[in-house]
Design a binder for this molecule. Structure first.
Ligand code: DON
Length: 302
């Protein structure tokens, strides 16, 4: 397959798009990111990798970090994690508090903010945030095979200063007894995990731990790979998950920095980045680009 040609064509098409979505406005540090940027990278199970556009420019991975913390939490707590968070799509925006009230403070899934806060709270478990962030970074760096991956403190600070909604979710979870640490501590850790910055190339490389190929080093069990992919497919794009599954047909996890990590089980890890978002808070051109890539390769889980 001519991966280089396919990526080149997609990048050319994306450059010509005029409807590029809008950058995340509620985190001021992200609001000013230029939406003309576009980068895409593919890491194949056979070791080859391909990249196009701004694939070596760092961006804020934001909610894509939730796949790494979920893997860590499952490693730490095993199936007990599911006592604190569910495995169903929410059908509501990523930062919604509505269902928590009716559902006894158990978030629908680990990818909406409420669920991700519970996951981070579970990993924190009385440890110092610095240690836990070190552990998250070690995991991401090992997955990517690259030590040059860091946290952007300005983005973390910017979100901390405007984090009322996540603080509200945390207090609500605490009120239901589903929080072990103070909302300040867990939110602080969560904001920093979201502020990890990576290039599309680094993210595609890091995503290889979810490909589940015997040719790649395995960081987690095959069973967990399968389950995390199932959650990405059903919940990875919040209330846009059904549309993403319909258009792309592959498990994916988005972030408001405009990044999307897409897994082709057994074959490849794909990362795409374009900062303009659609109304669900997922990258507009990123989604279009992986839709085109899936069409061109014929790759799908269906
Ligand atoms: O908690 C937040 O709102 C952000 N740090 C992350 C949200 C996010 O990336 C949603 N994804 N599309």
């Amino acid at each position: 397959m001519d991966f280089e040609g396919i990526l080149q064509q997609i990048a050319t098409d994306m450059q010509a798009e005029t409807e590029r979505g809008t950058a995340a406005g509620y985190i001021p540090e992200l609001a000013s990111v230029d939406t003309n940027q576009f980068g895409m990278a593919v890491a194949l199970a056979d070791g080859r990798s391909f990249a196009v556009g701004d694939s070596h420019r760092r961006f804020s991975i934001q909610s894509v970090s939730k796949v790494f913390t979920l893997a860590l939490a499952l490693g730490r707590l095993g199936e007990d994690l599911w006592r604190r968070v569910g495995r169903e799509p929410s059908g509501l925006p990523f930062n919604s508090i509505l269902q928590l009230e009716h559902e006894h403070g158990i978030p629908r899934n680990p990818f909406i903010n409420a669920g991700a806060l519970v996951v981070t709270d579970a990993i924190l478990a009385g440890n110092a945030p610095r240690e836990v962030l070190g552990e998250i970074l070690r995991f991401v760096r090992a997955a990517a095979g690259d030590d040059d991956i860091h946290i952007d403190d300005a983005v973390a600070r910017s979100e901390t200063e405007h984090g009322d909604r996540n603080m509200a979710l945390s207090h609500f979870l605490a009120a239901h007894g589903n929080f072990e640490n103070s909302p300040e501590l867990t939110c602080g850790t969560y904001f920093h995990q979201c502020a990890i910055e990576m290039t599309p190339h680094q993210l595609a490389m890091a995503g290889r731990f979810l490909v589940g190929s015997p040719d790649l080093p395995s960081m987690i069990s095959r069973d967990r790979v399968r389950r995390i992919n199932a959650l990405m497919l059903t919940c990875g794009h919040y209330d846009g998950s059904g549309d993403f599954a319909y258009r792309v047909g592959l498990p994916g996890k988005s972030g408001v920095g405009g990044g999307i990590l897409v897994i082709v089980p057994g074959r490849a890890s794909i990362a795409v980045w374009s900062p303009g978002l659609n109304r669900h808070g997922n990258s507009k051109l990123g989604t279009l680009a992986v839709e085109r890539f899936a069409q061109a390769t014929g790759w799908s889980v269906f």
